[in-house]
Design a protein around this ligand. Structure first.
Ligand SMILES: Cc1cc2nc3c(=O)[nH]c(=O)nc-3n(C[C@H](O)[C@H](O)[C@H](O)COP(=O)(O)OP(=O)(O)OC[C@H]3O[C@@H](n4cnc5c(N)ncnc54)[C@H](O)[C@@H]3O)c2cc1C
Length: 435
């Protein structure tokens, strides 16, 4: 079997990359080891930059119609007696332009939408239930059941997630950081009018609620490592109470979960490969970076990698400039952006990692300042959205720490838009030229 590009892994990253390429006439073979839908929960929050990318792929309206739109994240800090002590909002509408909301969509449904669209192209070959075992000389070594076969290609892209065989084949190591907490995660029914995201914390507890379409809500509840096994031995009513204590709005809904089977354990990790590219191979998504889920960025990073690598590879074929060294453009664009998001997610995780009252107080003050200071609020939402990157400076930190007063003056829409990545910043080789 022959192709222009071989992709290992049909998660969101691999499928988005495949769609980008097949739309531009590239012959793609994608091997996905799972023969059925994955039973585990994965990322479901689509940030504005991902919506912009899907808009260019013609999927914006379809995704919107299968999603729940999130305009604000409501951050509640509760007292020990579970009374609301403080409230702040993270508001996507501070982002000017069309992409000023996040969207929650079921992970497997999003995969189906991208896959079905890619399958409309004759130049797309999807090998389901097929494992990529490694690489030979310009071939991917595949196995389906007991049958072994090879795919010859010009480029090989690994999108196999955390256990990437492509990453191993190109000898790129990752050093994993773990956290002092785990999460319970589960989806259950919600009230129809509960449509925005909620993050509810006390000094030693955390619950995130992210409404999905079909009146469902995805939840994450922080637990100490090792507690999952003991918790599962308790009656399910114990789990219901953990939720209803913090979020009375889920009372009457969370009880529709009647056993522990659907409640999964999520272990957050963080890593960043020191390189994404070697020769004619590259890795994207969780194959090259993992982020703490607190900021809802993991899947978005995979989509953003796929956009840059897909555009670059399609340009290389279109201009007949297939020198592998061109692939380093992908790493040059994505590495620093990914690194910033990893740090952002890590900081967000730390804000909830330590069960002490002074930490809760600091967190509360930081979020209040973030909401009140118009520039800080915009910076935060811009960085989370993926539409641009504007790092916080010492002045910002002083404002957050209460050492300097908040800035009441807002930025104009035009000034804000200047902070968005331009097409030249996303795709610099288009002006600087390929080899
Ligand atoms: C349990 C879990 C929960 C998560 N929850 C959240 C969350 O709540 N919020 C958030 O932002 N992020 C979350 N994430 C992270 C987010 O889902 C990922 O960042 C995102 O899915 C990455 O997409 P990907 O395409 O790079 O990898 P994946 O989604 O992991 O896809 C990789 C695909 O490759 C296939 N594959 C693997 N090896 C091979 C092989 N050798 N041959 C062929 N196919 C192969 C796999 O079957 C899979 O389909 C979670 C991740 C996990 C693992």
């Amino acid at each position: 079997m022959k192709a222009d590009v071989f992709i290992g892994g049909g998660g969101i990253g691999g499928l988005t990359l495949a769609l980008k390429l097949v739309r531009r006439g590239i012959v793609v073979v994608l091997a996905e080891r799972m023969a059925m839908k994955a039973p585990t929960y994965k990322g479901e929050l689509l940030q504005p930059k991902s919506m912009q990318i899907f808009d260019k792929l013609g999927l914006y309206e379809k995704i919107r119609s299968h999603s729940n739109e999130i305009n604000v994240l409501d951050m509640l800090e509760l007292s020990s007696s579970l009374q609301v002590k403080d409230r702040a909002f993270m508001d996507y509408s501070v982002l000017p332009g069309k992409y000023n909301a996040a969207y929650m969509m079921h992970h497997e449904e999003l995969k189906s939408v991208i896959l079905n669209t890619a399958c409309e192209f004759e130049n797309f070959h999807y090998l389901i239930g097929t494992v990529c075992k490694g690489y030979g000389e310009n071939t991917a070594l595949l196995q389906k059941g007991t049958e072994k076969f090879e795919v010859e290609a010009k480029f090989f892209f690994g999108a196999e997630g955390r256990s990437s065989v492509t990453r191993k084949a190109i000898e790129i190591e990752v050093k994993q950081t773990t956290y002092n907490h785990h999460f319970l995660t589960v989806t259950f029914p919600r009230a129809e009018d509960f449509t925005d995201g909620k993050i509810i914390s006390t000094y030693n507890r955390f619950l995130g609620l992210f409404p999905l379409p079909d009146n469902q809500v995805r939840s994450v509840y922080l637990i100490p490592p090792g507690d999952y096994k003991q918790l599962k031995e308790k009656p399910i009513s114990h789990f219901h109470k953990l939720y209803t204590d913090l979020a009375p709005a889920v009372d009457g809904y969370v009880q529709q979960l009647t056993d522990w089977k659907k409640i999964q354990l999520m272990i957050p990790v963080m890593y960043h490969a020191n390189s994404y590219v070697k020769s004619n191979k590259a890795i994207i998504g969780d194959a090259c970076h993992a982020v703490h889920p607190m900021a809802g960025e993991g899947m978005n990073m995979a989509i953003q990698d796929a956009d840059i690598l897909g555009e670059l590879t399609a340009d290389m074929f279109e201009q007949d400039k297939k020198d592998s060294t061109n692939l380093t453009w992908y790493e040059r664009v994505r590495y620093k952006r990914a690194d910033h998001v990893i740090q952002l997610s890590h900081l967000a995780a730390l804000a909830y990692s330590f069960p002490f009252k002074p930490v809760s107080y600091l967190r509360q003050r930081t979020f209040d300042r973030l909401e009140e200071d118009r520039i800080l609020h915009f910076k935060q939402m811009l960085n989370v959205s993926g539409l641009g990157m504007w790092k916080e400076n010492v002045h910002d930190r002083f404002i957050q720490g209460g050492i300097m007063p908040v800035r009441m003056k807002d930025l104009t829409k035009d000034t804000k838009k200047l902070k968005y990545y331009t097409s030249d910043e996303d795709y610099p080789w288009k002006t600087e030229g390929l080899k």
